[in-house]
Design a protein. Structure first.
Length: 498
């Protein structure tokens, strides 16, 4: 592993970023940028240094009330409600175009705020967010009902109508992309929105609010209220005038959201944690499987809900594969996300640093062994070395709980049924990978895995047209694709006596 924990001070940043970080970052409510009612702000940290880079207005329940009221007005009475689907579509396309024009600005904010390599933000976060908005813009004009033959002299049909005010609570691992996954289908369906970015990474959502204001969405259609989960987030989940809440984050908070949502029985979709199995058979293209398994866990520092964090390797190739991944890990460049050659940036926060290093230590305490990495890198910023762990047992914490860092636990297996049983031995069911040249085996394993996405001879392949979401405790509902759109509509049956 090579490290260059070079630190870019704020003074060396491009002019856009210096200006953006210095300006007060306000809540975006009813088409205006406003201070929090309480007047409070909270600091945003650069994870590569731990330094404060900006202060953002701290929304809490009073601000959520205002944002929900604005969203309600926009939904019930505003021009948004009367707008044709093609006008709605155009606005979403324009938002996507503006986001694309500002690709470099968004990528820079994402890297500064989350820590991720700029190279990832440029090719993944921002373009995928743009693509998702365009995909959903296309759907706005294609939300159709059915005509349904029923007995008697009736004309019966269905209408698909927007669900209403959507509260959307998103995490910090892909801040802009998670915002786009959420707002895209809601806007296409004709909903209005109160979006709460994660407290760790509010910056790109603030720029998103700026460009949405420029594009000219009617006031109150998109409100962005940064703040903490326990205050602003909880207020959205419990709000009696929010019709639907969409959440991405930890399974524990997902359960709190469900409880809070019960008050007014708002509709709920959840995209939660994972402990995704990645299965390599001995008949796979081993070189590709090794590179794929490293990518599956180390992409975005392992801060991916779909990370391939449990690696199952058929016994004859176990040592070869795990050693090769460990060697790849040792060769990865750990450093500031702004450094062009960085492959592994810092984790998002000191909390995440403690969590991930704590898991590694718990594995070691329970008798596992590291082939690479094993802990923090340096003493400034939140860097963790890419870590491969072997000699694991199914009941160890590192095999059962989501780590959300660059840490993979590898275990050998002997046959297909055994590995399917182990792979499914988890409360999660978000994603999985299979590596084999045997077509029957690939399809049999894909069918046997209890997970929302299965990648065969590839990993982390996402597209706006592909549904994404979890089985079991990995969530409710699906993101992206027409499935996501359906989560923002109600179906009305209309029956007319002829
Ligand atoms: P979290 O679930 O606490 O935070 C995610 C979002 O939920 C943030 O916007 C946060 O402000 C909000 N939130 C927190 N508590 C809330 C509450 N009581 N009511 C409403 N909203 C609330 O996740 P955290 O603490 O940042 O990370 C903990 C673990 O969660 C990670 O280690 C990882 O395992 C998992 N996680 C999973 C993600 C995924 O993509 N599925 C994303 C982020 C975290
Ligand atoms: Mg939390």
């Amino acid at each position: 592993m090579t490290t260059t924990l070079t630190q870019t001070s704020t003074a060396q940043l491009p002019a856009f970023a210096q200006k953006f970080l210095k300006e007060p970052k306000k809540l975006f409510i009813d088409g205006k940028f406003v201070d929090a009612k309480s007047g409070k702000t909270f600091p945003v940290f650069n994870p590569a240094t731990g330094e404060t880079i900006a202060y953002v207005a701290e929304g809490d329940s009073a601000d959520i009330d205002l944002a929900v009221a604005a969203a309600r007005r926009a939904f019930e009475r505003g021009s948004w409600r009367k707008m044709s689907p093609s006008q709605r579509s155009r606005l979403i396309y324009q938002l996507a175009d503006k986001m694309e024009e500002r690709l470099e600005d968004f990528a820079l904010l994402e890297s500064l705020d989350n820590g991720k390599p700029l190279s990832i933000a440029r090719v993944a976060d921002v373009p995928l967010a743009v693509d998702n908005l365009r995909y959903m813009a296309g759907w706005a004009t294609k939300i159709l009902g059915d005509t349904i033959p029923i007995p008697g002299d009736f004309h019966a049909y269905t209408r698909r109508e927007p669900i209403g005010v959507a509260g959307q609570i998103i995490p910090w691992n892909f801040p802009l992309l998670m915002a786009a996954w959420k707002i895209g289908p809601a806007l296409a369906a004709g909903c209005t929105i109160v979006l709460k970015p994660a407290e760790q990474t509010p910056l790109s959502a603030m720029l998103l609010a700026e460009i949405a204001a420029e594009v000219g969405f009617p006031e109150g259609v998109l409100n962005v209220v940064p703040g903490y989960g326990e205050t602003a987030g909880a207020a959205i989940a419990a709000h009696p005038d929010v019709d639907k809440v969409a959440f991405t984050g930890s399974t524990d908070v997902g359960k709190l959201i469900v409880k809070a949502a019960a008050g007014n029985l708002k509709k709920v979709t959840l995209e939660l944690g994972g402990k995704s199995p990645n299965i390599i058979f001995a008949d796979a293209n081993i070189e590709e499987a090794i590179a794929g398994a490293a990518f599956a866990i180390f992409f975005n520092m392992g801060e991916c809900c779909s990370a391939g964090s449990r690696l199952f390797v058929e016994r004859p190739v176990f040592d070869q594969v795990t050693q090769a991944i460990a060697n790849a890990a040792k060769g990865m460049k750990v450093g500031s996300g702004l450094d062009q050659s960085t492959e592994i940036g810092p984790l998002v926060s000191d909390e995440q640093l403690d969590r991930v290093t704590g898991y590694i230590q718990s594995g070691i305490d329970e008798g596992a062994r590291t082939l690479s990495g094993g802990g923090r890198v340096g003493d400034r910023g939140y860097f963790v070395a890419p870590t491969v762990i072997v000699d694991v047992k199914p009941n160890m914490k590192i095999m059962r709980e989501e780590i959300f860092g660059p840490v993979v636990a590898a275990t050998p297996f002997d046959d297909m049924n055994e590995v399917l049983e182990q792979a499914n031995d988890t409360v999660f069911g978000l994603a999985a990978g299979v590596w084999t040249k045997d077509v029957s085996k690939a399809h049999n394993v894909a069918a046997g895995l209890r997970a929302g996405s299965v990648w065969v001879n590839c990993y982390n392949v996402f597209d706006a047209a592909l549904p994404f979401g979890g089985y079991k405790q990995s969530g409710w509902g699906r993101e992206m694709s027409h499935n996501a759109l359906e989560c923002y509509t109600e179906t009305k049956s209309v029956v007319v006596k002829l």
